[in-house]
Design a protein around this ligand. Structure first.
Ligand code: TXA
Ligand code: MG
Length: 346
């Protein structure tokens, strides 16, 4: 299959029309969102949804998110709309918040991987919304990477993983946030299953206490598998072996320098992912800045691109950890998973 790439800067209207037709015909379309690129199919067509799992090589017990273009569409996809969800929708939709609640009968079990709950989000990206509107159905879409790889934040990342496997990629340029949406379960106490740009602090300001699933900064315990199937798989893994060094920035940078020389003396190609604040400590070493420590959203926006680019040219990546406040939590959640939890604190 030939994979066509259409730039939305030049041909948004034509691109979304062609994309919507493909979706209606049960085919797959990769499209930009404000978080990462999605790989979409008609969310009401179980057979089309199965193609997503094939193209990604995704384990079929990992459920998908349904993307909608208007808030009122949740009524058809959830058994009912809890009051708290209305409050959250009014505050955070359209945007990077996914909510999970009991599914309506119309939602196929292919989307939910057999669960009685379904995840829904309304993206703010204009192209994504146009595509959903024109398709006239909710679009089921995971991140558009091969399973296990870092999520794509540019159309080139999607092409690298999906060339020849899907008919169309809509190229909307780099994604604004660069990490996937916050996933909040509303079944029982509100619980964050995956942190994102809508932070725990932002949610709590609107609805009061929100729990964090324990697996956010740790490997998944056996008891949790049922609540968050996606978290049990290997995630975001670049080609290189990633190590995370946490602690006071100066001390962490010192430890990273000494590890750098150790790996280099073993003949390994080593690179550092530091921050603006510590870059002066890495002069003459192969080092890239993730951004400003005081603005973790910049770290999020750069993480997956650097993991892909730097990871493909090196054997070892030494990365700095940061505070887990606000969007620092989303950053550390992705980084620790990319590292398979190889971490040390100085
Ligand atoms: O930002 C995003 O959310 C992107 C863009 C494309 O919208 N999508 C995305 O999808 O990240 P995906 O499939 O890569 O991640 C969805 C996560 C997985 O961890 C999955 O296990 C979880 O949401 N999930 C989906 N439905 C669920 C459900 N009913 N119960 C528990 N977890 C669910
Ligand atoms: Mg994913």
């Amino acid at each position: 299959m030939k994979t066509e790439v259409i730039s939305t800067a030049r041909r948004e209207d034509a691109g979304t029309t062609i994309g919507a037709e493909l979706i209606q015909n049960g085919e797959l379309v990769a499209f930009p969102t404000e978080t990462v690129y999605g790989l979409g199919a008609n969310g009401l067509d179980g057979e089309a949804v199965n193609r997503i799992f094939e193209a990604k090589g995704r384990p079929n017990d990992n459920p998908l998110i349904l993307h909608i273009a208007k808030k009122s569409d949740v009524k058809d996809l959830w058994a009912h709309v809890p009051k708290i969800a209305n409050t959250l929708m009014d505050t955070f939709w359209p945007g990077p918040l996914t909510m999970i609640f009991n599914k309506a009968d119309e939602v196929p079990y292919e989307v939910t991987a057999g669960l009685e709950t379904v995840a829904i989000r309304m993206p703010s990206d204009k192209t994504a919304r146009l595509l959903i509107q024109k398709a006239g159905v909710p679009i089921a879409a995971p991140s558009a990477n091969r399973s296990g790889r870092p999520s794509p934040t540019t159309a080139k990342h999607v092409l690298d993983d999906m060339d020849g496997r899907i008919p169309l990629i809509l190229d909307g340029g780099p994604c604004r946030y660069g990490v996937e949406s916050t996933v909040l379960s509303l079944v029982g106490e509100p619980t964050i299953l995956r942190p994102g740009a809508i932070t725990r602090e932002m949610l709590e300001a609107v609805i009061g206490p929100v729990r964090l699933a324990p697996s956010i900064l740790e490997p998944l315990g056996a008891r949790e598998v049922a609540a968050s199937p996606g978290m049990k798989y290997k995630h975001y893994a670049p080609d290189a072996d990633v190590h995370v060094i946490e602690g006071e920035p100066k001390a962490a940078a010192k430890r990273i320098r000494s590890l750098y020389y150790e790996y280099e003396s073993e003949g390994k190609r080593v690179a550092i992912l530091g921050t603006d604040q510590t870059m002066p400590s890495y002069r003459n070493l192969t080092a890239y800045s993730l951004g400003d420590r005081m603005e973790p959203e910049t770290l999020c926006a750069n993480l997956f691109t650097l993991l892909r680019d730097v990871g493909s040219e090196n054997d070892v990546i030494l990365a700095e950890g940061v505070d887990t406040r606000e969007t620092g939590l989303a950053f550390m959640n992705r980084l620790l998973r990319a590292a398979g939890f190889q971490r040390e604190t100085v």
